[in-house]
Ligand binder design. Structure first.
Ligand code: HEC
Length: 151
């Protein structure tokens, strides 16, 4: 092998390694899957315009709904919204009333970007696929697909 090609090969490995550090696997995956509905957030959280209508890529997926239920408990969404999201310090997510809209994209946006009156933004903490799983779980409420429904 020509010595130059060995050097080039080495540089390539270094470049790949640097890219690897910049984007840990989960983040890289979420960048690849990121829907184009991020909006700039000012001093008050929450977007000022409605996001484009985008359907949940995991909507209706039974495994995603179950995983969303787990995330809802693990991320302590239930701490504010109640154990089965029936309401607490935060509003009910299982009734038919929505402050910020009930489309997949609007619910995604509520979770990812936060809302003005006490809803934290999760978009920097959870990859998009987990946000979509939470959306899938929320949309399953009051349907026969809901895992672990209130008794
Ligand atoms: C610190 C308390 C708190 C936590 C934790 C929290 N929320 Fe919220 N959430 C709120 C409050 C308060 C609102 C209402 C915000 C407003 O009125 O501007 C809200 C609003 C929402 C909305 C919009 C509801 C509507 O009617 O449009 C969704 C969806 C939502 N939260 C989902 C979640 C999910 C999923 C999690 C966990 C990842 C979570 N929340 C964690 C307090 C919380």
């Amino acid at each position: 092998m020509h010595p130059t090609s060995i050097i080039c090969g080495g540089l390539l490995v270094v470049a790949v390694a640097i890219c690897g550090c910049d984007h840990p696997a989960g983040v890289a995956a979420s960048i690849a899957a990121a829907p184009a509905i991020r909006t700039p957030v000012g001093p008050v959280p929450g977007p000022t315009t409605n996001p484009p209508r985008m359907a949940n890529p995991l909507g209706g997926n039974p495994a995603a709904i179950v995983e969303g239920r787990r995330l809802f408990v693990r991320m302590n969404c239930s701490g504010c919204h109640g154990g089965r999201a029936g309401g607490g310090m935060g509003p009910s997510l299982r009734d038919a009333d929505w402050l910020y809209g009930d489309t997949d994209a609007q619910i995604f946006s509520s979770i990812a970007e936060g809302r003005a009156h006490g809803m934290p933004a999760w978009g920097t903490r959870l990859p998009d696929d987990q946000l979509w799983k939470l959306v899938a779980y929320i949309k399953s409420m009051r349907t026969p697909d809901e895992p672990d429904p209130p008794s």
